[in-house]
Design a protein around this ligand. Structure first.
Ligand code: BT5
Length: 334
């Protein structure tokens, strides 16, 4: 099933009314009168709302009352109360999809989708960088964002790093945790991967036309099952899941917080303010200052990670410093 923020206006009206009157029972007739829809339509919407995971108490002669919300990342749940200008104002939700990234890339041709997000409850062909497998069962947050950047192609390589920073800030705000940023764009907790970031960019005559940012967050997943599946895959070093940590928030609130932080950072990049991004990223980095081994297309490099440059390249010390734009990193013992 797919739901978009543009569909289901009737259902959304019934749901909003139930939400704003959740201390009282509303009869089918009341809802029908106030919302000016037939009683059959009210009944159909209530049935659907229940199927979507909301708990509605029905009492004979009194009516309906919304008792609790759904855990699903439905478009109207994300948009309600979302404090962004552009990002996430249009949303699509799939209960199952091959990859939100592939779907988002198909949707980039329509400029109305600028800022749109595509979310799935599970992915059957989730992908990481270089076509790697990304395990995406129910319980995680699998999402892609379509963006039309104004920044120059020279800062495009900083975008994955900036996006990882936005997610890290959102995680700090929503959970009692200190996530680490592992170059280039992994987010870890106590050294284990809790989220990964993937960027697909479309270029035209040396200008970025659009980017699709893919974010995979292990919100409430079975760590052991995923780890069993991932042994011997590239860039595997253990899995972490957010639900383990106390003082957590709902998936909807985490997504909303992330979108707000992403928009702030995207705006900074668009006006070329990269210094602040680099400073904040470095503060949270688990890579800078460590001895590392990097696996790149050109081979392996090892040395001490000193800093990241304005374009996100990692600088490794040696007789001559080396700049690396992409690769997989292993932190070595001191
Ligand atoms: C990434 O690649 O980390 C990018 C992941 C992006 C996933 C999102 S989900 C929404 C959107 N739609 C998609 O189809 N993709 C994006 P990379 O750094 O190359 O890491 C890939 C490696 O991470 C794999 O080879 C595994 O070792 C490991 N891995 C796979 N699934 C994982 C998971 N759920 N948790 C932790 N590690 C995982």
């Amino acid at each position: 099933m797919v739901y978009s923020s543009k569909d289901n206006p009737g259902l959304i009206r019934v749901l909003s009314f139930l939400k704003s009157h959740d201390t009282e029972y509303l009869s089918g007739q009341d809802l029908s009168d106030v919302l000016r829809i037939s009683r059959v339509a009210v009944w159909k919407h209530i049935k659907k709302i229940k199927e979507l995971g909301y708990t509605i108490e029905s009492k004979q002669k009194r009516g309906y009352r919304l008792v609790s919300n759904t855990d699903l990342l439905l478009p109207w749940e994300i948009i309600q109360g979302l404090k962004t200008k552009k990002i996430g104002r249009v949303a699509y939700y799939y209960d199952s999809i091959n990859s939100t990234q592939n779907q988002a890339m198909k949707m980039t041709s329509d400029s109305k989708n600028n800022g749109a997000i595509i979310i799935a409850q599970k992915q059957t062909g989730g992908k990481g960088r270089l076509g790697r497998k990304w395990i995406s069962p129910k319980g995680g947050i699998w999402l892609s964002v379509i963006l039309y950047p104004e920044f120059d192609i020279s800062v495009a390589t900083l975008f994955p790093i900036a996006s990882a920073l936005a997610l890290s800030i959102a995680l700090e705000k929503c959970f009692d945790i200190n996530p680490e940023l592992k170059w280039p764009n992994d987010i870890t907790i106590k050294g284990k991967k809790v989220a990964g970031i993937l960027i697909d960019a479309s270029l035209e005559s040396n200008k970025i036309e659009n980017v699709v940012l893919g974010v995979g967050i292990n919100f409430d997943v079975n760590i052991k099952e995923i780890e069993k599946d991932l042994k011997n895959t590239p860039n595997f070093y253990g899995v972490s899941s957010l639900k383990k940590f106390k003082k957590g928030t709902s998936p909807v609130h985490l997504v909303q917080t992330f979108l707000v932080e992403l928009e702030k950072i995207f705006d900074l990049l668009n006006v070329g303010q990269t210094k602040k991004i680099i400073k904040e990223w470095t503060k949270r980095s688990s890579t800078i200052g460590k001895n590392v081994e990097l696996t790149t297309k050109e081979g392996k490099i090892s040395g001490k990670a000193i800093k990241i440059d304005d374009d996100g390249a990692l600088v490794i010390s040696g007789k001559k410093n080396t700049r690396v734009i992409s690769g997989d990193i292993t932190h070595l013992p001191k």
